[in-house]
Design a protein around this ligand. Structure first.
Ligand code: ZN
Length: 235
């Protein structure tokens, strides 16, 4: 990332380090701080308002080992290889690669995928996204009907910052990785986004609507907060 200092100078941290660094400038920060963004799998450096380039670089240099060790400790990305198991809307499936097979076939708990092995991961991901869109659309429409609200569109996104969003116009977006969460967590997320059709905020009235649609939502909300990041292993 390119940084413009108060002096007007700009420089790029990535000219100095062989990993991507996110930089946040905070007028409230008193010191330079460093953390690991587990979803984006990269370090985040927070710069206070007045900080020289030399100081920031020295700080990063001093923490180089810390960064490398912490990045290495992150859960390894999951790839859909032959034999890989994954959960989809609460049921367990296994990927089976069959080179001569045309297209994709679901048989019991086996997802059979054809084509070249180097495209296997991409083809499974694409398939999951397509199926997730279908299922999440159906679920959203059903929940919206209960509230007597209209859904204009449902889309699947590859976002690293949120699980879902809902515009005042009625457009709902979901992060595709939610498809690999436990079924009650998916149900909660759908109820959460659909409740935004009625309340665009997180007011008490909003949470009341969520509870009406999904009475035991608290557990799922907690799961998403604490365990949700494990789903970012799916790249
Ligand atoms: Zn919300």
């Amino acid at each position: 990332m390119k940084i413009t200092l108060l002096t007007g100078q700009t420089f790029n941290f990535n000219d100095y380090f062989d990993f991507e660094i996110s930089v946040v400038k905070s007028p409230l920060a008193k010191h330079l701080t460093l953390r690991i963004d587990e979803k984006k799998r990269r370090p985040v450096l927070t710069l206070p308002k007045y900080c020289s380039r030399t100081k920031a670089l020295k700080f990063l240099e001093e923490h180089r080992d810390w960064i490398i060790n912490n990045l290495a400790r992150l859960p390894q990305p999951k790839h859909f290889v032959d034999g890989a198991q994954f959960e989809f809307f609460g049921s367990k499936y296994t990927v089976q690669h069959i080179s001569e097979l045309r297209g994709v076939r679901f048989e019991n708990t086996v997802l059979k995928i054809g084509g070249k092995p180097e495209f296997l991961h991409r083809r499974v991901t694409d398939y999951i996204k397509r199926q997730a869109l279908k299922k999440l659309s159906e679920m959203s429409l059903a929940k919206a009907k209960i509230l007597d609200c209209r859904v204009v569109s449902v889309k699947i996104k590859d976002t690293k910052s949120r699980w879902g969003s809902c515009s005042t116009r009625g457009c709902i977006n979901y992060n595709w990785r939610i498809a690999m969460a436990p079924a009650d967590v998916i149900e909660y997320l759908v109820c959460h986004e659909v409740s935004h059709l009625k309340h665009p905020d997180h007011s008490a009235a909003f949470w009341q609507t969520v509870r009406f649609l999904c009475p035991n939502y608290e557990q799922s909300r907690h799961w998403l907060k604490i365990r949700g990041k494990t789903l970012y292993q799916y790249v």
